[in-house]
Design a protein around this ligand. Structure first.
Ligand code: NAD
Length: 488
């Protein structure tokens, strides 16, 4: 099926290797840049959920039993097909999510990279022979795929967050039922079209659409689903953990409230550039977006001046019509309302507005969810912008006097996803990397994630990893086989 047009994918679910019209009621999907309805999805019914889980169960043993090289071949093919159709898939993503087409294309290409990475990993699944405490025994530790995975994903990275789960799971030998976010279902369905074209056996990948509280929850509760791989908010992640009626493997990639520290020894230009990129990219709708910045007092004013200039220079537009804009529309009214709430809270509590603070003006922005990149200075820790995840183009800045104080402020949060720091002092580098209590720490850079290193949070930011070899280990059970052979 071509995926140039969401009309092809509207109302469809993907079960047992084929698209079929969903039987459930239709739910509208909007273009967040214009407010126009771009299509409808079907709210998957209980029967369809059963059919998808049953298909994934039937497909599990044959898929897991294939030689790893065969699984690798189809994953490579999937990566090739996705990479070759990146332009069309990017337009679908922009249409439903709002990010500019060039950025969306970058995300699709990273999805293709994930397919190739996990195809390579699939053929390197090793076990271990471990020493025994008595002669005549041999212990093998082998890895076996967990089974059927329920993957539940958010709307901010509609391709990658589906892809990391799909690729890790399939490489390990698991099968999967995917429930993408209601706001961005068409990217997931476009991926399903590539799954079919790549010749991945029927039932190995299934995509259901519909509400999280119904379809996602049904996967969480289903005894035929062996593992839930979830990315989304901490509140829903906790709810999933608490509402899961069986003992089930869970990986939860959750929210963040990510700090950045700029010391007096920083390359200030680089810090400004990094801050502008990681605070506002994808309109701040990134789990690892910078929420709050602590700047050493001697460089505080200079940093703020540069940062305000950099924020003001970012271009905003309808991501389809201006593919090279820095920023597009926010994905829906909800994160925009939260951004406004956090901004008002900061201003009410005495913060100083140094950039943005309102929606851009003009006909182009009249019907969409737009907001200017916004910086508030002189912030205190009790402001919402400093203590909660804004998930919008708003960042709070505050001065500090000692590095210990900055590290304590950075760690003063229930979250633990990513932290950033800029300094050229080797001692500071060492202290920051040792004491920042985060799963990802980027120093003198704001690109915390690479495909072959583990990516995960701690504390309320979640459990488990994606990316890297660790991302595939999430889809295995270990089995210890202890054999007495009697030979000494
Ligand atoms: P969300 O938690 O509202 O929804 C995520 C997914 O969960 C959606 O598909 C939704 O339909 C589903 N869902 C909702 N209720 C459910 C339930 N009761 N049972 C099962 N599924 C349910 O999150 P969102 O608003 O879509 O995404 C934004 C959040 O995701 C932010 O908090 C962000 O930090 C987080 N996020 C985390 C990472 C990470 O890697 N740690 C990456 C991206 C986004």
């Amino acid at each position: 099926m071509p995926c140039e047009d969401v009309a092809d994918l509207g109302g469809m679910i993907f079960v047992e290797g084929a698209f079929r019209p969903g039987a459930g009621p239709r739910v509208a999907v909007e273009n967040p840049a214009t407010g126009e309805v771009i299509g409808h999805i079907a709210a998957s019914t209980a029967e369809e959920i059963e059919a998808a889980v049953a298909a994934a169960r039937r497909a599990f043993h044959p898929w897991a039993g294939l030689p790893a090289r065969r699984r690798a071949e189809v994953l490579h093919r999937l990566g090739d097909l996705i990479g070759a159709d990146a332009d069309a898939m990017a337009r679908i993503m922009t249409l439903e999510q709002g990010k500019p087409v060039n950025e969306a294309r970058g995300e699709i290409l990273k999805l293709a990279e994930a397919c190739h990475f996990y195809a390579e990993e699939a053929v390197r699944v090793h076990g271990e022979i471990v020493p025994n405490d008595q002669p005549g025994f041999q212990s093998l530790v082998v890895r076996e795929p967990i089974g059927v995975v329920g993957a539940i994903t958010p709307w901010n990275y509609p391709a990658e967050l589906v892809g990391w789960k799909l690729c890790g799971a399939l490489a390990a030998g698991c099968t999967i039922v995917i429930k993408p976010a209601e706001l961005t279902p068409f990217t997931a369905l476009a991926i399903a079209a590539k799954v079919a074209a790549a010749g991945i056996p029927a039932g190995v990948v299934n995509v259901l659409t519909g509400k999280g509280s119904v379809v996602g929850q049904a996967l969480v509760e289903h005894p035929g689903v062996d593992k839930i791989a979830f990315t989304g908010s901490s509140a829903v992640g906790l709810h999933i953990q608490q509402s899961c009626p069986q003992v089930k493997r869970l990986s939860l990639e959750l929210g963040g409230n990510c700090p950045m520290i700029v010391t007096a020894a920083a390359d200030l230009d680089a810090a400004v550039k990094g801050a502008a990129r990681r605070s506002f990219r994808n309109m701040g709708q990134i789990c690892i977006a910078i929420n709050r910045i602590y700047v050493a007092r001697p460089v505080y004013d200079a940093f703020l001046e540069g940062f305000a200039r950099a924020a003001g220079a970012l271009t905003i537009g309808n991501g389809l019509e201006r593919p090279d804009a820095d920023l597009g529309a926010m994905a829906s009214a909800e994160p925009l309302a939260k951004t406004r709430e956090h901004l008002s809270d900061a201003l009410d509590k005495g913060a100083r507005l140094v950039a943005g603070g309102a929606a851009p003006q003009g006909a182009e922005f009249a019907s969409g969810h737009f907001f200017r990149p916004t910086i508030v200075a002189d912030c205190r820790q009790d402001m919402l912008v400093m203590s909660q995840e804004t998930f919008g183009p708003l960042v709070g800045v505050a001065p500090f006097d000692t590095l210990d104080e900055a590290i304590a402020l950075a760690n003063d949060t229930p979250y633990g996803l990513a932290a950033y720091a800029y300094t050229r002092d080797l001692g500071e580098v060492q202290r920051l990397s040792a004491h920042l209590d985060y799963g990802n720490v980027a120093l003198n850079s704001v690109d915390a994630g690479i495909m072959n290193a583990p990516y995960g949070g701690r504390k309320q930011s979640g459990v488990g990893y994606e990316h890297g070899r660790e991302g595939m280990l999430e889809y295995f059970n270990f089995k210890h086989v202890r054999l007495f052979h009697g030979e000494v």
